[in-house]
Write a protein that binds this ligand. Structure first.
Ligand code: KDG
Length: 331
């Protein structure tokens, strides 16, 4: 018994010493949608995974609805090292890596399976690696989803119905040219400004996946939706390279693994939500139009010159590699 007390004191001392040096690592993680959107739910899942894997040593605090800035503003904060992590659309990164415009090519993907094949294959890896020289570490692709056109003016049953609509597009040349080719008046705007622009009728229309459409309550300021699925949009989980370079290999492994593991759940959440929202559109007060295959093909033909123009700037090798990934997804 005489030895018990000194042993307990020694054990307690050794435990404190072991953990005294390892200071808690705090990480700010920003995103643009609401906490209820699959982006927000997965951000929390990511934070929980990191906490578990690091035994509480890394604490990720998540910030929704653009609280840390618009997607482009958060990207700049990551490059400057004042923000550690974010998740946002690859479409806002084409000013840094024009090859990421691959994902913006209209009608490139026809299914989630095809999108997964490109995001998770050699093409997705090569594109993510191109971000590093720009101060960003691409860790995992999450899902925004297939994008559909909504507006406050009229049914869009055929491509000509888009003529003359003032449509908000992401600040991205492929989206701008795609809707100009359809005769729309394009208004590039950050997502954080979109609801107000629709509410004030500064723009008539927008295009986004169903999850964002519902979670950001666009149905309050839009009347018509056409399930055009004109492009698939990924999100990408990003880390600041300035911050990433300060991390140990062990902590980088924890964060990369958590980003990849949360991607699986996030994509499923996004797909389930899109399915549920599509069933609820009429309940949300929307007039729903499903374009006929013929009219959707006419829309595809009308924007083919945009596809061909940007396939050149993205590079034939990358486009062909992506097309090969897509073919493999449809054995
Ligand atoms: O969280 C949603 C934002 O990242 C948003 O920018 C993505 O689809 C988007 C858009 O249209 O801007």
């Amino acid at each position: 018994m005489k030895l018990l007390k000194p042993l307990l004191v020694l054990t307690g001392f050794l435990f404190c010493a072991a953990h005294a040096g390892a200071e808690e690592l705090k990480v700010k993680f920003g995103y643009g949608s609401t906490e209820q959107h699959p982006q927000g739910v997965a951000a929390k899942l990511f934070a929980d995974l990191v906490k578990t894997k690091s035994k509480g040593q890394i604490v990720v605090n998540t910030y929704s609805s653009g609280k840390l800035g618009s997607d482009p503003q958060m990207q700049s904060s990551l490059q400057g090292g004042t923000l550690e992590m974010m998740v946002g659309p690859t479409s806002n990164l084409v000013g840094l890596v024009q090859e990421l415009g691959l994902f913006d090519l209209p009608f490139l993907f026809s299914s989630n399976k095809e999108a997964d094949a490109v995001m998770d294959g050699a093409t997705g890896k090569a594109l993510a690696e191109k971000l590093e020289p720009h101060g960003l570490i691409g860790l995992a692709y999450w899902e925004n989803g297939f994008r559909h056109v909504t507006n406050s003016k009229r049914h869009i049953k055929r491509p000509e119905d888009i003529h003359g609509l003032k449509i908000r597009v992401m600040q991205n040349p492929v989206f701008n040219d795609t809707f100009k080719a359809l005769g729309a008046n394009t208004v590039p705007l950050a997502f954080t400004e979109l609801y107000t622009a629709l509410d004030m009728k500064a723009v008539d229309a927008q295009e986004n996946p169903l999850g964002l459409f519902e979670s950001t309550k666009f149905y309050e300021v839009q009347k018509y939706i056409t399930l055009s699925a004109h492009v698939y949009a990924p999100f990408i989980v990003l880390a600041s390279k300035k911050w990433w370079d300060t991390l140990s290999d062990a902590n980088r492994k924890i964060i990369r693994e958590a980003a990849l593991e949360s991607a699986v759940a996030q994509r499923k959440l996004a797909r389930d939500m899109a399915e549920q929202t599509e069933k609820r559109l009429k309940e949300l007060g929307m007039e729903v139009t499903v374009m006929s295959p013929e009219e959707r093909n006419r829309m595809r033909e009308a924007v083919k010159p945009v596809f061909q123009k940007y396939a050149q700037t993205i590079g034939e090798d990358l486009v062909n590699q992506a097309l090969a990934d897509i073919r493999k997804a449809n054995p």
